[in-house]
Write a new protein. Sequence first.
Length: 225
Amino acid sequence: MNNEPVLQTRGLKRSFTQGETTIEVLRGVDLTIMPGEIVALLGPSGSGKSTLLQAVGLLEGGFEGSIRIGGKEAAQLDSAGRTEVRRDRLGFIYQFHHLLPDFNALENVVLPQMIHGAIRADADRRAEHLLTALGLGARLTHRPSQLSGGEQQRVAVARALANKPMLVLADEPTGNLDEATADKVLAEFLALVRDQGSAALVATHNERLAARMDRVLRLHEGHLE
C-alpha cells in the first residue's frame, strides 16, 4: 500500500496588497491528503478556499511555503514543470463547466486525453465509459449548448477524470445546480473518484454535501481547522 501523501503542504501562505493594505488570505496552511481520500474544504465565500485550490493546483504564483504533489516538491517549479504536473497528476472541476462550445460531449472528454498522449481509439472508449457512467450515454454527440446545466457539469466531471489523475481539485463543483441535481452529480462524482482510486479536495460551502466525504476541513482566518 502506498503511504506517500498525494498532496502535502507546509506553511502555505498567500497575501494580497490593495493600496496600502495587505490582506493575508492563507496564513500557514498545513494539509495532507492520502491516496484515495476525498476531503471536503468548507468555508464561507471569501474565506480563501479558491485561493488554496489555485495554490495546490499550481495555477498561480505568489505563494510561500511547500507544496508536494505525489512526493514531488512543486512550489518552485518553472512554468513547464507546473504544466507537466497539472497535466499528469491533477484534474480540475470548477463551478462553471468551461466546456469547449464547438466540440461535443465526447470530444470535450477526448481532447485532454489526446494532449496527454492517448491513442484516439482508447480516448474515445474512456470518454464513452465515463460519460455513460454519468448518465450521458445518449448525449455523446451533443454540444454544450444542447445540454442542461447538470449535463454540462457531468461532462466537466468526466473531463477531469479522463486521465485518471492522482488528485482531483473541485471548486464548488455543484454550486450552479439546483439541490436535487447537485445531489445526483456529487454522488456520481464521488462514486467515479472512489472507483478509480483518485484522491479529491472539494471546496464547498454546503455542510450537507461535505458530510458525504471522508473528511471535512474548515478554512477559518487563513488556517485549516
